[in-house]
Every structure is written in structure tokens, then in C-alpha cells.
Design a protein around this ligand. Structure first.
Ligand SMILES: [Zn+2]
Ligand SMILES: [Zn+2]
Length: 275
């Protein structure tokens, strides 16, 4: 599927997890081969890092092994694929100093910030919506996202409305307009700090049944002056690299977003999506 898109688009998948992450399968090389197969120009790895000790990702990433692995695949696939070394850091407002320290003491091409937990509860499952009023969960979540954006520590904000994974199976489609003010605050903060917004296709494979974030949120981002976006499959196995990028590109088009942000050593370059 992505191979047809690759002729006219600068395809970058900046959100994938290999077996270097606690929940990924397949090696760096397996993912590179899949990306080349799909005509992807840049593949960015985003292995999980958790700073809070209760986090599933806590202490699981071997940074040196990751760095050596990246060097090796860069050499092996030179001329065929641009490989970026990123990271997806779990944001929790209680451990901002620890997050800042980690980011300052490790080199990456880009750093993605993601909220996966609220006070220790994982946001990706239905359980959190079974235990707490939905309004409260979403309000707390968007507040945590706002605090994350406010730190300015991240290059990219991951899957902005990811709790849809747990919400949609219980309540049906998520009406983001009910949270427009809270979402607008997160977006405005990201725009002020030049933090990019990720268009993440994993929602199409999970029970959310739509991309993260919803198309309306992408349109709002554009209306507020947002221009910086990245694309991510959130693949946890090589077979999902570039998955549903056709839908992601359509969403970008529909929202008026025409450029993709790329990163090297945490410096951003924007490239037209359509080439
Ligand atoms: Zn994530
Ligand atoms: Zn991820």
C-alpha cells in the first residue's frame, strides 16, 4: 500500500518500536527492510523510555546497545534508507526533573513525549473509563498533556487523543469538540514552543477506529497556526511499518498540513509532503 504513495510523497515513519522496547518485536534491521520495501524515505525509531519506577518501560532500554544498533543499520542500508534514532518518553508531571535529566544526558535525533498513564493507571485500556467518570479522565489527561507541552522538552507530541483506545469500545466515537478548549490549550502551547504534532495511525488498528488525533483536531491545529507534523505508524512489529499512511496523508491534506518535520540531532527541517 505505501509503495504506491512513495512515488509522490516524502514518507517518514517516526514512531516504531523494535525488540529494544519492552513491548516490541523484530530487530532494527527487520524494520529497516520493511521500510525500504514500502518506499519509506526516513525511518525513525522511537523506543520506549519510562522515568517513573512504576512505568512498564522503566529501565528497559539499553541506550548503548540501541546506539550501536542504529550505527550498524545506518551503514548497512546507506543510500537506501535514512535512519533516525528517536525515543518515546513517558511524560508524568511528577517526574519532570528526571525526564529533563534523561533527555539532557542522552543523544537522540528527536524526542517524542507521550502520556500513557494517569496517576499510575494506564490510559490505553477500557478499565480506566470503567472506574472513573469519563469527563474526569479526559480533563485530567488533557491537563497532563498541557503540562507536557508546557515543558518544551519534547520535539513531538505523540498520539494526542490516545485514550480513545479505551474510550471508544465503551462509549462509541469520541466527540473531541466536547473538549475543544482543553485540546486548543495543548495545541496552542505546542505551537508556541515549536513542538510538532504527530499523526499516528495506530488508532485505525486499535478499537479507536480513527487516527490519533481526530481529523477535526488536525484542522483546529492548522487554524491555530500549527504547521509542524510528523507521521507515525506506532508499529510494534515490522509488518506494521508505514501502516495506513494513505489515511494519514489524506488527513494531513484535509487539514491543510503540507509539510513533514524531520529531525537530526534535535534540529528540525521541514520537507514538503508531496514531492
Ligand atoms: Zn505511545
Ligand atoms: Zn509508541
Amino acid at each position: 500500500m505505501t509503495s504506491e504513495l512513495s512515488a509522490g510523497c516524502y514518507l517518514c515513519d517516526y514512531h516504531v518500536h523494535t525488540d529494544l522496547s519492552f513491548d516490541g518485536r523484530g530487530t532494527l534491521s527487520d524494520f529497516c527492510l520493511a521500510a525500504i520495501d514500502h518506499g519509506i524515505k526516513e525511518l525513525g525509531f522511537s523506543e520506549h523510555v519510562g522515568i517513573d519506577a512504576s512505568d512498564d518501560a522503566y529501565g528497559t532500554l539499553d541506550y548503548e546497545r540501541y546506539r550501536r544498533g542504529i550505527e550498524s543499520v545506518r551503514e548497512r542500508y546507506a543510500g537506501k534508507l535514512i535512519v533516525k534514532m528517536g525515543v518515546e518518553v513517558d511524560f508524568r508531571s511528577g517526574v519532570i526533573a528526571g525526564i529533563e535529566h534523561y533527555i539532557q544526558t542522552h543523544e537522540f535525533d528527536y524526542v517524542i513525549g507521550a502520556v500513557h498513564y494517569l496517576e499510575g493507571d494506564i490510559l490505553l485500556r477500557t478499565a480506566i473509563f470503567e472506574e472513573r467518570p469519563q469527563r474526569e479522565v479526559w480533563d485530567d489527561y488533557f491537563n497532563e498533556m498541557f503540562l507536557m507541552a508546557q515543558t518544551g522538552l519534547f520535539d513531538i507530541i505523540a498520539h494526542l487523543d490516545v485514550p480513545k483506545r479505551g474510550y471508544v469500545p465503551l462509549y462509541g466515537p469520541f466527540d473531541w469538540t466536547l473538549y475543544e478548549d482543553a485540546i486548543g490549550k495543548v495545541l496552542a502551547e505546542a505551537i508556541t514552543r515549536d513542538t510538532a504534532l504527530e499523526i499516528n495511525t495506530a488508532g485505525l488498528r486499535k478499537q479507536a477506529d480513527e487516527i490519533f488525533p481526530s481529523l477535526g483536531v488536525l484542522k483546529l491545529y492548522h487554524q491555530l497556526g500549527g504547521k509542524l507534523v510528523t507521521f507515525g505508524s506506532d508499529a510494534h512489529s515490522p509488518g506494521k511499518v508505514g501502516c495506513d499512511f494513505g489515511a494519514a496523508l489524506e488527513a494531513a491534506d484535509a487539514a491543510g498540513l503540507t509539510e513533514v518535520s524531520t529531525y537530526s540531532g534535535r534540529k528540525r527541517t521541514t520537507v514538503p509532503i508531496r514531492i
